[in-house]
Design a protein around this ligand. Sequence first.
Ligand SMILES: *Cc1c(COP(=O)(O)O)cnc(C)c1O
Length: 367
Amino acid sequence: MSTLGDSTRCVHAGVPALSPGDPLQPGPVFAAPYALPPDGYEPGVDGYGRGDNPTRRVLEAAIADLEGGDTLAFPSGQAAVSAVLMTVLRPGDTVMLPADGYYNVRTFASSFLTSSGISVVEAPTAGPYPSFDGVRLVLLESPANPSLDVVDIAEVSAAAHAAGTLVAVDNTAATPLGQRPLDLGADISVASGTKALSGHSDLLLGYVSTRSAALYEAMASWRTLGGAIPSPFDAWLARRSLSTLDLRLRQQTANARALATFLREHPAVTGVRWPGLPTDPSYAVATRQMRRIPGIIGFTLPSAAAVADFLRASTLVTAATSFGGLHTTADRREQWGDRTAPGFVRLSCGIEDTDDLLADFTSALSA
Ligand SMILES: *Cc1c(COP(=O)(O)O)cnc(C)c1O
């Protein structure tokens, strides 16, 4: 890994060297077909937008630098996760999914994998993990969304590899500045770039990173043949947003630390999860494994109505799903079918000033 600091890497990652007269921030290249040489297609010359786009390559080079593996960008996190599942799994295989992770992945599995003869088993992120014997692929999610449990990726990867099981890690919540799953032994890091990675709540994106040439080729071919490519404009916005990733995460984590500490003491709050709290069940493994703790908190109010009252009284917290953006948002997860209490809120800390958020929470929770 480069010895440069996180912000330096985020500003420069993937960006080609400039020549005099070049714009510091080159614009996106929009293209369906490109002009071909008169003798016909030549490998290395861009031919058609589904396979080739220079703006997408810049974003992929940037994420590759941060994740430490060859990277393919997808138009959403779900497109990236499904690329992993559809290229690795064959009828008769078994896949192990997180029981407490992103619900859409389980729904994809029950909708499209089981009917193709693939068996799906679930394991809680915090363990215990059942035997990996006969399991083709285990997908880990750490920290898991929304449980915020953390798994020791190196330990589980070693156990899975001993059984011949491939390991993919959903790195959405952590981002590559929080942890690098490939360094911890995973075969694939897969993530939604819709959340903190791009962080401005204005695009959907996903990616996969791997050091395996075979897995990379399989997923690249899946993408070109399946057609799930991000637009050049979204790829450009995402690379542009990456420059401030370290700054945004720093403020989100600082806000999460202050709000989690505040919520833990508040009489109206019946439970708080934030892996950066020393009292959190995931604290030990999170602080050992991760370089920074994300700005996502889970907290519980007595009922769904209490959450609605809190949201009505707050002036700074917006009800919204997704997380990792500039604005502080709250999402009552049960409404989406998550296996959580009716009053459970996933709070995504934005980059607002900490004191303003604390004052807003103080008055909104007393209302
Ligand atoms: C949001 C999310 C996804 C899916 O990403 P989209 O960009 O919404 O398709 C996958 N995994 C996790 C952990 C997520 O939070």
